[in-house]
Design a protein around this ligand. Structure first.
Ligand code: CP
Length: 317
């Protein structure tokens, strides 16, 4: 594997889940693989899980890790070509990227959607520049349109907890006070569409996702109807994708919050969320604290997903 930016690059899912199972049972079996190799993790945006789990995965593989928070201590970076750099940004990304590539063997990048231009975000302009100019394998630690390490961890978690060959997965929009990117729901839809599971996406009108990610999922605007018989409920907020509303919050309707009445409509479903989560906006306290909540196992599997991907990248060096 050279670069990892989408779960579609996992290839055969049975093999990917087997690799995850092996890594989980034998976390230190490949300590020599990363010896004298350096991972550089670059964050344009905040993180708790991605930062810690990816670093832990790299350490399990014997790698050295450097973490750079672009907005804390690094020079402010200009990202647009053609700009007269007479403002507060003393360095251009086009020099910074190859320089960063000199100091490491593998680069992880977190760079969220900016919501200034859908074209800019959906072209993955920042991530693609790292791939083009760093000279090193690059993996996404959540980019503008996808969060593949999260989705792979979610898929591993479903694989571990499912009791049916073809469970019903419901991804539901839930309210949030701020505009959040579509990266997690896009990526989750992309991943679940690879599995052949029954898949329903539910959200208010106006929150339609890019059809390229929705794929074969059924879109149901009645949340109660969507939740009927669900085996897994994946809650997430996202901002509008369509047209002039791109990046806008169209609703904070708390009747979409996942609560115990909603969960009672399901087939005793597990509750999932990638975290961080705003309690009593996205999900009520009792649901997230219930025995059917998988939020902590999902977060734990972030080490596994990152380790499988880093291992593949190291094997390709
Ligand atoms: N789920 C996730 O990516 O968490 P962080 O934003 O804390 O990394």
């Amino acid at each position: 594997m050279k670069h990892f930016t989408s779960v579609t690059q996992l290839g055969d899912l049975t093999a990917a889940f087997e690799k995850a199972r092996y890594v989980k049972e034998n976390p230190f079996a490949d300590q020599n693989l990363g010896r004298n190799r350096t991972l550089l993790m670059i964050f344009f945006n905040s993180s708790l899980r991605t930062r810690l789990s990816t670093q832990k995965a790299a350490m399990n593989l014997g790698m050295n890790v450097i973490v750079l928070d672009i907005n804390q201590g690094a020079w402010k970076l200009e990202t647009e070509r053609g700009v007269v750099m007479d403002g507060d940004k003393p360095e251009h990304l086009l020099e910074a990227i190859p320089v960063m590539g000199c100091y490491c063997d593998v680069i992880g990048v977190r760079s969220f959607a900016r919501f200034e231009s859908r074209e800019y975000d959906y072209n993955e302009t920042i991530l693609e520049q790292f791939i083009r100019y760093s000279g090193k394998p690059v993996f996404s630690m959540e980019a503008a349109t996808r969060h593949p390490l999260q989705t792979f961890a979610d898929m591993i978690t479903i694989e571990e907890y499912k009791t049916k060959a073809r469970p019903k997965i419901v991804m539901t929009w839930a309210p949030h006070p701020k505009a959040l990117p579509q990266a997690v729901p896009n990526s989750f839809a992309e991943g679940i569409n690879m599995t052949g599971y029954e898949f329903v996406i539910t959200h208010p009108h106006g929150y339609e996702l890019d059809p390229a990610f929705v794929g074969n999922a059924k879109v149901e605007y009645d949340q109660d109807k969507a939740l009927e018989g669900a085996d897994f409920v994946y809650a997430k907020n996202w901002a509008a994708y369509s047209g002039d509303n791109y990046g806008k919050v169209l609703s904070t309707d708390r009747s979409w919050t996942v609560d115990s009445r909603k969960m009672a409509l399901t087939d005793n479903a597990y509750f999932m969320h990638c975290l961080p989560v705003r309690r009593n906006m996205i999900v009520t306290d009792d649901v997230i604290e219930s025995e059917r909540s998988l939020v902590i196992p999902e977060a734990a599997n972030r080490v596994v997903s990152a380790q499988v991907i880093l291992k593949e990248i190291l094997q390709g060096l």
